[in-house]
Design a protein around this ligand. Sequence first.
Ligand SMILES: [Cu+2]
Length: 217
Amino acid sequence: MSDSGLGFSLNRFIGLMVLIAVITLLFEWVSDFGGGLIKAQVEQTTSKYDPDKNIDKRIEPVVVLSNEVVVASASEDLSLLDSNNFVAEDSCQQTIEGNDMLQFNLKEMVVSSTCEEITITLVHTGAMPANVMGHNWVLTTSSDFMPVAQEGGAAGAENAYVPVDDNRVLAASAVIGGGEETAVTFSSSVLEVGGDYTFFCSFPGHYAVMKGAFKVV
Ligand SMILES: [Cu+2]
């Protein structure tokens, strides 16, 4: 079989067909491969195909619109404590600290009226003993605060510096010294929303500075 160069040749025709078939297959394979890459990408970034599939392989989005930002700013902005933005279930159990320098770490405490019971944990972060630098946490209405604090000091250590059987005392914890911790739990039924309450330490002489506003929202 001679090859004239430009004329028809069966071999050349078969060769051309094979070449076209190979190119077509190659093109399809490349398309499939590319399409597969795109599909895999979509599967990894969305839950379109299966919400639980690839959950740990998914690519983290660059921009995260997170609730954490809102929560963080709410807890840092004390003015929000007075509003309905306060997280009610968090307010039913609160912690306050007292130290060796006649200080509470809070000037104001806010609880939600939705709490059935309120638990206040008092932590004495100092080192001085209870008979020298004892602290407790006592709650009264603001108008009862001064007389109860003075009578409490007179009631003495044996009564934890609280007037005995006095219904002006809405809640009172034990007296603790440095490094100790105590808690008092009381029913919210003794409180009114918007009422004017004061918490304080009734250890003699402490109430003048160790006091703060207690609000029910
Ligand atoms: Cu005190």
